[in-house]
Each structure stands twice: as structure tokens, then as C-alpha cells.
Ligand binder design. Structure first.
Ligand SMILES: Cc1cc2nc3c(=O)[nH]c(=O)nc-3n(C[C@H](O)[C@H](O)[C@H](O)COP(=O)(O)O)c2cc1C
Length: 303
């Protein structure tokens, strides 16, 4: 089976990507598998200047998923481009830069700088982070703001495809999807984490120093599937699905409801070699189910 997928100006050797914030800058995982076997990686959210993130504790496990409030700790975009990007096999898989900023202007500046880097295949714009006090999710909850950021990034992105990453923490995700699509997004990525919290009944303390964090992992898969299903019917822009993917069967479910590619997030923490093995597992499952083309299978959900 031909595992290649092409959509929104992006060509991948297979539809498997890693999700931002769960795979470092890629190099951290090279002892678990060959990066070049993946369709690509999305690196940790990059800001103009390095960020230290939120105070600890920043991770809490719940019975059904993981809560995090990292607060977009990162080494800054210039450090990434100078010290990490040259070590990645960008000629063999897609390196997607994930962007975080506090204003449309800052997003545009990041896009302008990254658009000049040949090793970067696409820009993923995080307008959906629930764990920072400024920027982040505020852009992703207001259609006008989502459109403004999308336009600003598109203007400076050159020929790099622009992926807008949406939040599920809204009343109607199709409204934000339409705004981003109307403003020129090449691809939409959904979903980011769901806002949540965990508390300790004995100590009477929240389990995260930030109190509120983002829920990820298998618990959010049904929400993510619902979002991909709704958005794929609302807009004519390709979608990358993410949320709780932990098996090849999960990947097919996302493609079935309309995704062109998927990202693996929290599963990387549980089994660091999982995403590398997923490529073969997906190919085998396609054979077992008689799927010979992703283009034919995509969106073929029988309602
Ligand atoms: C520890 C952690 C850090 C994350 N950091 C980012 C980030 O920097 N930028 C971003 O767009 N999403 C970030 N995310 C969200 C993931 O990319 C993904 O959208 C989410 O975790 C859902 O997928 P999953 O259930 O497979 O983990 C982060 C998630 C986790 C768990």
C-alpha cells in the first residue's frame, strides 16, 4: 500500500506525525527509533525568546488521561534553528515548527524568520494553549482573533504551508475553523488539550501549581474524533487529527472521519518507541481491513 499523503502543500511519506510538546525537538527520541521512518515531527512550541514555563508540579496523571501545564517552556526559535534543526533529517521527513506568541505581530515575526529556513516544512500555529496567561487559547476562542493571527502568519510565511491548531475549549469549533479557513489557513490541526484540573482531597491542594491544565491522552479521543468529523464537514481545508491516538486502529478512525494525517502525543510518554512501530502497524492493519488507498478511505464514514 502506498502510505504517502499530500495535502495543503505538505507531502509526507506516511500520515504519522508526532504532536508538539510531546516529542521534544525530535533528537531526544533517536535512541528509540529512526526519525526518518516517520511522516514528520512537530517540535515543541517555539517563541521569539526562550521561556522557562510554569512552576512545578506541571504534570498530573488522572485515571483516564494526563494533565499538563508546562506553560510553553522552550529554547527560543533562534536556538532551535541554529542548534537543533541542522541535526534533524529534514531531507527525509517533515520538520514542522510549532509557533507560540502573545500577539499577531509576534506570530508574524516568527513566521517570517522560519519561512527562510529550508529545513522547515510547515508552520503550525498554536492558538489553543490553555496553560499560559497571555496569548494562547484567547486567540483560538474568538473567530476574529483566529482570523487575524492566521492572516498575519500567512502574509509572512512565504511558501511554507500554514497549519492552524484549534482548541476544543469552545462552544462551536466549526466557527473557529471557518474563520481560520477564510483567512487562508492551508491546513487545520485539531485538537489541543481540554481544560481540566486535579485536586488532592487530603492536602486540599491542586495537583498542578498552575491549578488548571490541559487534559490529553485516550480520555480525549472521542472529543477529538467529534471535532475532526464536524470540521471536515464544515470547511474545505485538510485536517490533521490529534488526541489520544494510541494504536493503528485509532489512526484509521481519524482518517475515517476525515483526517489527512494524525499526530501522536501523550502515547510518546508511555511508550517512547510507539510512534516508530506505528508506521508498520498501520500498514499491516490497512492490509487486514482491505484498505488500499487513504484517499479512498478518508471520510468514508457510513452514516
Ligand atoms: C506535555 C505537553 C506539552 C504540550 N505542548 C504543546 C505545545 O507546545 N504546542 C502545542 O500546540 N500543543 C502542545 N501540546 C498538545 C499536544 O500537541 C496535543 O495536541 C494534545 O496533547 C492531544 O494529543 P494527545 O492526546 O495524543 O496527547 C502539549 C501536550 C502535552 C501533553
Amino acid at each position: 500500500m502506498d502510505m504517502k499523503v499530500s495535502f495543503g502543500g505538505l507531502s509526507l511519506k506516511n500520515p504519522i506525525l508526532t504532536a508538539s510538546g510531546t516529542f521534544g525537538y525530535g533528537l531526544e527520541y533517536t535512541r528509540f527509533g529512526e526519525l526518518a521512518t516517520l511522516g514528520g515531527i512537530v517540535v515543541k512550541g517555539l517563541s521569539l525568546e526562550p521561556r522557562v514555563g510554569n512552576p512545578m508540579p506541571r504534570i498530573a496523571e488522572t485515571p483516564s488521561g494526563m494533565l499538563n501545564a508546562i506553560g510553553l517552556q522552550n529554547i527560543g526559535v533562534r536556538n532551535f534553528v541554529e542548534k537543533r534543526l541542522p541535526k534533524l533529517p529534514a531531507d527525509q521527513m517533515a520538520v514542522i515548527a510549532n509557533l507560540y506568541a502573545c500577539s499577531a505581530e509576534e506570530f508574524a515575526e516568527l513566521a517570517g524568520y522560519l519561512s527562510e529556513q529550508p529545513g522547515v516544512a510547515a508552520l503550525e500555529v498554536n492558538i489553543s494553549c490553555p496553560n499560559v496567561s497571555s496569548g494562547g487559547i484567547l486567540f483560538g476562542q474568538d473567530p476574529k482573533m483566529a482570523a487575524r493571527v492566521t492572516e498575519a502568519v500567512k502574509r509572512r510565511a512565504g511558501d511554507k504551508p500554514v497549519i492552524i491548531k484549534l482548541s476544543p475549549n469552545v462552544t462551536d469549533i466549526t466557527e473557529i475553523a471557518r474563520a481560520a479557513a477564510g483567512a487562508g489557513a492551508d491546513i487545520l490541526c485539531l485538537i489541543n488539550t481540554l481544560s481540566g484540573m486535579a485536586v488532592d482531597a487530603r492536602t486540599r491542594r491542586p495537583r498542578l501549581a498552575n491549578v488548571i491544565g490541559g487534559l490529553s491522552g485516550p480520555a480525549i479521543k472521542p472529543v477529538a474524533l467529534r471535532c475532526v468529523h464536524q470540521v471536515s464537514r464544515a470547511v474545505d481545508v485538510p485536517i490533521i487529527g490529534v488526541g489520544g491516538i494510541a494504536s493503528a486502529e485509532d489512526v484509521l478512525e481519524f482518517i475515517l472521519v476525515g483526517a489527512h494525517a494524525i499526530q501522536v502525543g501523550t502515547a510518546n510518554f508511555i511508550r517512547p518507541d510507539f510512534v516508530f512501530r506505528l508506521v508498520d502497524e498501520l500498514e499491516r492493519l490497512c492490509e487486514a481491513y482491505g484498505i488500499t488507498s487513504f484517499d479512498e478511505y478518508r471520510g468514508s464514514l457510513r452514516l
